[in-house]
Ligand binder design. Structure first.
Ligand code: PRX
Length: 647
């Protein structure tokens, strides 16, 4: 039954209706799903969970001891079995699970059968290295199939994985290894980036000088770069795999056993280990992937996110593989060797579903439409967006030049903490508006509330919250349940606070406005202002630092830093460069400030709190907000006189 969401839009509004031929074939065609999932969300999620393979079904769908949830209590499941083994008893065993293209153009195709063999072998390797149920494995890898194999191998034996994005520095890696007390690290010699081999193993070596928990390091040979191998600790992946058996009995896991930890930035200097468990997470990602991307058996699906972020976990690995999809995976950059590399790949592999970030779309816009125009993109049938608000201009460009005005766009709002998408259109049912992620998915209760937690009126803005538990929600912050309670469940009584601001329009559509806390979203990546500030003050020249996110044409937001220097240190362009490199070294290139402004004093309230809001106004060239609480207004005059020229 096809029955579009029935909303009376104002005539002047730009609304894109699902194409009737798309809707008629869509995986979800009956808009009443919203009502019945709304009336019985536990029942709805239980139906979705039943589509997975369980060794034993649950005794209870949800155990909610606010704010701690357990889903599918008593259920027994294995995520790897769901992503691999269960596709082997049909023709799907010879279907491509992963089609990989490396930056130099090398290709690997792994069928589900191949994936099963490789994963089982690596699971045995890990076991032989002493990894058992509950032991954490840190994975610091580029976008290569071995990264997926390592993740699934961990899931097979019940070892939680902790991926660290390959762009993070040795120090950031060290902190994450230490917090998780990882036993084994899986890495590669290096990775390819714009023709250069970027070292990874070297960072592991530096990190491990201070990580006593790590017993073994497994190294995948990717670039052939020369690396140091510590004889008692480091082992080559290919050598271990040669000897490993391809038979590995999967571990029967409890629905609530940890599947993985993923670190994300918060408002304090220390990244939080977000904990996801097995049954609920897998239910959330599998269901949303099938419904939002309208996945069909013959689709070729490409998610451009790095595997080190939550999008890579949920929509490059677990969701699509649990659905038996063909996943395309790419190691390289969009502009290497040419600016049409992505479009070349879509043409070459006949990609049908394409999921990327607004920051990339804005870059493509800047490069111009001639690049996609020169390629055959006719295979595409649906486009997705994730990571930050998509500005209507970028949405329209994506729609016209990539989707050729025939592909629905699913703008998906979610977070590392939510595990799976929370706000997005079901593409066969929900008319879209450029720039709005539309509405909560069935069985999800997102709302926009005011300071007091009351729903805002149509047309007003407020805070984005989630009012009921959902299966793929984070369970806690690793080893820090109090931080879980304080960060997410203390701002509004009985509600999960997302950290985002949003507007609800007269049709009930949600427009996410961005973070309202001290988290910066640079090109869809979260960076805590406190992390950058503490990196800066660790530099011997810096006395105090304040960091803000200012709007940036391509990145969405850019890191802007304001510093005061220690006695006797003079400001110079070389020092600015040095400080930028220092931050990159401490955290990673993504946190490198766009600009650093030196001042003799930071604007503070009389009680000594830095007024970041004013710094943001200055950096964005706006008329200053309320300055009446400033301890010393002269500070602002001096900063204004520096005539900042936002880039
Ligand atoms: O501010 C929101 C923004 O990204 C934040 C979550 O970041 P992270 O945990 O790194 O996960 C990113 C990928 C899911 C959110 O709090 N965000 C994510 N998607 C959107 C978005 N903002 C607006 N629209 C989106 N579609």
């Amino acid at each position: 039954m096809f029955n579009q969401k029935n909303i009376a839009f104002a005539p002047e509004e730009q609304v894109y209706y699902p194409d009737i031929s798309f809707s008629a074939r869509a995986n979800v065609r009956d808009a009443r799903i919203y009502d019945w999932a709304g009336m019985d969300y536990e029942g709805y999620w239980a139906e979705e969970a039943k589509k997975l393979h369980w060794y034993k079904t649950w005794d209870k769908v949800l155990e909610w001891q606010h704010p701690f949830a357990q889903w599918f209590v008593g259920g027994k499941i294995n995520a790897c079995v769901n992503c691999v083994d269960r596709h082997l008893d049909s023709w799907r065993r010879n279907k491509a699970a992963i089609i990989f293209e490396g930056e130099p153009g090398d290709q690997v195709v792994l069928t589900y059968q191949d994936l099963h063999r490789e994963v089982s072998k690596f699971a045995n390797v890990l076991k032989d290295l002493g990894v058992g149920k509950g032991d954490v494995v840190t994975i610091y890898m580029p976008m290569i199939p071995e990264a997926v194999i390592a993740m699934l191998a961990c899931a097979r034996i019940g070892a939680p994985h902790s991926l660290v994005f390959g762009g993070f520095s040795a120090e950031a890696l060290r902190d994450r290894i230490k917090d998780a007390a990882a036993k084994v690290v899986v890495t590669s010699d290096a990775c390819w980036r714009r023709g250069k081999a970027i070292p990874l193993k070297q960072n592991v070596d530096t990190a491990l000088t201070q990580c006593a928990s790590v017993e073994k390091v497994v190294v995948v040979q990717r670039t052939g770069s020369e690396v140091y191998m510590e004889p008692s600790r480091d082992l080559w992946y290919h050598e271990l795999m040669k000897k490993a058996s391809a038979v590995c009995e999967p571990a029967m896991m409890d629905a609530e056993d940890i599947l993985f930890i993923l670190y994300t930035s918060g408002t304090t200097g220390k990244p939080k280990g977000i904990v996801h468990t097995t049954g609920g997470y897998l239910t959330g990602v599998t269901s949303t992937h099938r419904n939002i991307f309208d996945l069909k058996e013959d689709d070729v699906y490409w998610c451009t996110a790095d595997i080190g972020w939550i999008t890579g976990h949920s929509y490059l690995v677990y969701g699509p593989l649990a659905n038996g999809a063909t996943v395309f995976m790419f190691e390289g950059a969009p502009d290497y060797p040419e600016r049409d590399r992505f479009w070349e790949l879509i043409e070459k592999y006949r990609i049908t579903l394409f999921y990327t970030a607004p920051t990339a779309i804005r870059l493509f816009m800047k490069w111009g439409e001639s690049y996609p125009a020169g390629r055959d993109l006719s295979s595409l049938r649906l486009l997705g967006s994730v990571g930050e608000p998509i500005n209507p201009e970028a949405w329209l460009w994506y729609h016209k030049h990539i989707g050729r005005e025939k592909c629905p766009i699913v703008d998906t709002w979610w977070q590392t903490e939510t595990g799976s998408v929370m706000v997005a259109p079901l593409p066969g049912l929900v008319p879209t508006k450029p720039g709005s992620a539309t509405m909560s998915l069935p069985g999800v209760f997102v709302d926009v509330v005011d300071e007091l937690g009351q729903p805002v009126k149509a047309g007003e803005s407020g805070y984005l919250v989630i009012k009921k538990p959902w299966p793929s929600m984070l369970r806690t912050v690793y080893k820090d349940p109090q931080r879980y309670v304080d960060t997410y469940w203390s701002r509004f009584e009985g509600m999960y606070f997302t950290g985002d601001g949003a507007r609800r329009d007269k049709d009930g559509y949600i427009w996410v406005l961005g973070r309202v806390d001290d988290v910066i979203n640079v090109s869809g990546h979260r960076i805590g202002t406190a992390e950058v500030e503490s990196a800066l003050v660790e530099h011997p020249a810096v006395a105090e630092a304040a960091v803000i996110g200012r709007s940036h044409e391509l990145k969405g937001q850019a890191v802007s830093a304001f510093v005061t220097l220690r006695e006797g240190i003079a400001w110079a362009p070389e020092l600015e460069k040095d400080l930028k490199n220092h931050v990159a070294k401490k955290i990673g290139g993504l946190a490198r400030p766009e600009e650093i402004i030196c001042t003799w004093e930071l604007p503070k309230t009389r009680s000594g709190k830095i007024m970041r809001r004013l710094l943001k106004d200055i950096a964005e060239g706006r008329v200053l907000g309320d300055t009446s609480t400033l301890a010393d207004p002269a500070v602002i005059n001096q900063l204004m006189q520096q005539r900042l020229t936002p880039k």
